[in-house]
Design a protein around this ligand. Structure first.
Ligand SMILES: [Zn+2]
Length: 160
């Protein structure tokens, strides 16, 4: 029996494909990939995208993020924000000061309460606006093991 079976090659390719697609993001273990939810089509990601607008609006008015999501909702009383994951039915977790994630810039401020998207969570990462620049937001898919079981640190609180 030869040490390397030819049949193993295609399986290895599929096993490392997610890592290839993810580019050179070192430190993130490759996710066991079956159907990776897409930021463009996943309803949960779309909902989080919808939250980004009011978040940016609030920040540009108050130079800080709202203390609660209710303050955000007050910005658009006629259009309710959807703050519950459509997949798990669990409310999103809001961390106004953000969590600093290992190996990522920015702060995670809003994320799925459960890793219900192929074992991962959607979340909103805001860019660091401490230098007075405009806030930036992006919706990202977060592998559970690299984010929530290690040491995601509360970001240092910026003075108001
Ligand atoms: Zn979700």
């Amino acid at each position: 029996m030869p040490p390397s079976c030819p049949k193993a090659a295609p399986r290895l390719f599929w096993a490392i494909l997610p890592a290839l697609l993810a580019g050179c993001q070192m430190g993130e273990p490759s996710v066991p990939e079956v159907q990776r939810p897409s930021v463009k089509t996943d309803p949960c990601a779309e909902q989080l995208h919808d939250v980004c607008g009011p978040l940016l609006l609030y920040h540009s008015t108050h130079q800080r993020l709202p203390k609660t999501l209710e303050q955000l909702q007050a910005l658009s009383p006629t259009e309710p924000l959807h703050l519950t994951c459509p997949q798990s039915d669990q409310p999103y977790i809001y961390a106004p000061h953000g969590l600093q994630l290992p190996g990522r810039s920015g702060r995670l401020v809003l994320y799925d309460g459960q890793p219900s998207h192929s074992g991962m969570r959607w979340g909103i990462i805001v860019g660091n606006a401490e230098n007075g620049g405009p806030l930036t937001t992006r919706v990202v898919l977060l592998p559970e093991e690299s984010v929530f079981t290690q040491d995601a640190q509360p970001a240092p609180q910026a003075g108001d």
